[in-house]
Design a protein around this ligand. Structure first.
Ligand code: SF4
Ligand code: SF4
Length: 150
């Protein structure tokens, strides 16, 4: 590499097999959510406005890899400064999600109106631990941190 070459991004440590396994985990979680009558989402998109919702979106190594390979951050509705401050998700388009298939465990598990919060918190933690175990099984380092900046 020449002295003035721009720094190269680190190689993605996640294999195609790893992303398939993550997709299977997401599919099982989606099934569990669909079977839980207490979970309702009006798809208003408010929770993707991190600043006003009062939270941040975290993602693991596998989750960031899937997002990077399957979704493009379109962010037509957010300013550069909002994105830089981590206030808005760059995958949100109007009220929808441009990364729906690849959205994170946190996106899938979040419900603003929860009829059984305690039970669901236990389930959410169990899914989080399962995601962690998947990293171990695949030999992928567990690096869980805010998704933004990308
Ligand atoms: S979880 Fe709540 S805030 Fe988020 S999209 Fe669904 S209804 Fe809106
Ligand atoms: S990835 Fe999609 S669901 Fe998750 S915060 Fe961004 S827009 Fe919302």
């Amino acid at each position: 590499m020449e002295q003035n070459d721009p720094p190269q991004p680190a190689p993605d440590p996640v294999s195609a097999q790893g992303l398939t396994a993550l997709g299977c985990l997401y599919a099982r979680l989606d099934q569990e959510i669909a079977q839980n009558a207490g979970k309702r989402c009006a798809t208003c998109g408010d929770c993707c406005h991190f600043e006003s919702a009062g939270h941040r979106l975290y993602a693991s190594t596998l989750e960031r890899s899937l997002l990077a390979r399957q979704a493009r951050p379109t962010h037509p509705d957010a300013s550069q400064s909002q994105l830089a401050r981590g206030e808005r998700c760059p995958f949100q388009v109007k009220q929808g999600c441009a990364a729906r298939q690849a959205r994170t465990l946190g996106c899938r598990l979040f419900f603003c109106q929860d009829n059984a919060p305690e039970e669901w918190n236990v389930r959410a933690e169990a899914w989080h631990q399962e995601l962690k175990r998947l990293h171990d099984q695949l030999g992928v380092a567990w690096d869980y941190r805010p998704l933004l900046p990308l």
